[in-house]
Design a protein around this ligand. Structure first.
Ligand code: 13P
Ligand code: SF4
Length: 366
């Protein structure tokens, strides 16, 4: 039976150090009943408690493999939704702060995608025969369900080109949402010319495109982006190369096309970490992804003489993921230890079933 919930107010004023103690104590009481999954962008004072870490693809696999009763997700809302969808029905997914969303995921919604589908039908014919809908995992569960229902699929930053191949093997064209940059870079990696990938602006009629532009396009790129990765610019790379001709550059594919094109490597958060860890000693790196990851990695590889530099001159953190702080983590773990579930993420069953179809297609194809 669920016991009375401990209010968050009691935790809000706690010092970070007190929270660390309480997190450890609550975890000791919960034992194997709770597992803590952390994305690589998570702040250090939360990340230190992780049982499992990874990029979105790895975390979605891990969520389907764990046996714990509670999956405490230190990431953003769509990640906890994926954990709920991929875990067993008896398992409970928890997001310590419900305000930890992803601003890119919010740039597409079901009403706008359904309108797009209707407009495509009017202009180009049955979209279920012409277009494979591909949603980046950074999207709400109902958009994953839309893809499941319409013969589409989910992709992550580590498998997007492979997922596009899967999609083009089935239908002639792709509608890719919500990140135009990941879609463009992945299409380019497949050899699709840039002028065959056009931006669909969901706030304009027919995406702001002519009927002819829609008919000629191979990929329609939803007009969405990540507010963190948009800060990285080609000029940052050119300056670095000028100052450090032997330096290497690695970027996340949510960065714009020029940044990806000028980088030596482009990959997911897990790929960025693995690539730099596996690099020879005394190498110098410029990294285009979120600051918490870059700062942690810089410290880890420093003993090998590797220098890791953040790409932008200003601070760019995933502020929404940063809402998962020690206070919220301590609060939700103490509640769990007391038998009270707070901040459960539960995707409605019919939506979860369809979203799972699209996620499982992705896991099978990658
Ligand atoms: P990864 O899957 O590469 O971890 O990316 C998730 C993300 O949100 C990057 O901004
Ligand atoms: Fe979303 Fe960007 Fe944060 Fe990734 S870094 S979770 S895409 S807002």
């Amino acid at each position: 039976m669920q016991t009375a919930t401990i209010a968050f107010d009691k935790f809000n004023a706690l010092a970070d150090d007190d929270c660390q103690e309480r997190i450890r104590a609550a975890r000791a009481r919960l034992g194997k009943k709770a597992v803590l999954l952390c994305h690589h962008y998570q702040r250090a004072d939360v990340y230190q408690h992780a049982d499992l870490t990874g990029d979105s693809l790895k975390l979605s696999r891990l969520a389907s493999q764990t046996d714990s009763d509670f999956i405490v997700f230190c990431g953003v809302h769509f990640m906890a939704e994926v954990a709920d969808i991929m875990s067993k029905p008896s398992q409970i997914a928890i997001l310590p702060d419900l305000a930890a969303g992803c601003s890119m995921a919010d740039m597409a919604n079901l009403a706008k995608v359904e309108r797009c589908w209707r407009e495509l039908e009017a202009v180009a014919g049955d979209p279920d025969r012409l277009f494979t809908p591909v949603t980046y995992i950074n999207s709400s569960a109902d958009l994953k369900a839309f893809c499941g229902e319409h013969g589409g699929i989910v992709c992550t930053s580590s498998n997007a080109p492979k997922i596009l191949e899967w999609s083009f093997a089935r239908r002639e064209k792709v509608l890719f949402f919500p990140d135009q940059h990941l879609g463009r870079w992945s299409g380019h990696k497949m050899g699709i010319p840039l002028d065959e990938m056009v931006v669909w602006d969901p706030d304009l009629e027919n995406g702001g495109l002519t009927a002819d532009e829609i008919r000629r396009a191979r990929i329609l790129l939803w007009k969405g982006h990540c507010s963190v990765h948009q800060m990285f610019q080609a000029g940052h790379i050119l300056r670095f190369r000028n100052e450090h001709p032997d330096g290497l550059v690695i970027s996340h594919p949510e960065s714009n096309f020029d940044v990806c094109r000028l980088s030596d490597y482009v990959g997911s958060t897990e790929t960025i970490i693995k690539t730099i860890k596996a690099a020879p000693e005394n190498t110098r790196w410029l990294v285009g992804t979120e600051l918490n990851l870059v700062s942690r990695l810089a410290e880890e590889v420093k003993p090998e003489g590797k220098v890791v530099q953040f790409m932008a001159p200003m601070v760019c953190m995933c502020s929404t993921m940063g809402r998962i702080d020690p206070q919220h983590l301590a609060w939700c773990l103490e509640n769990l230890a007391e038998g009270s579930v707070v901040n459960r993420i539960a995707v409605p069953a019919h939506e979860a079933a369809l979203a799972k179809v699209a996620l499982e297609r992705m896991l099978a194809a990658s």
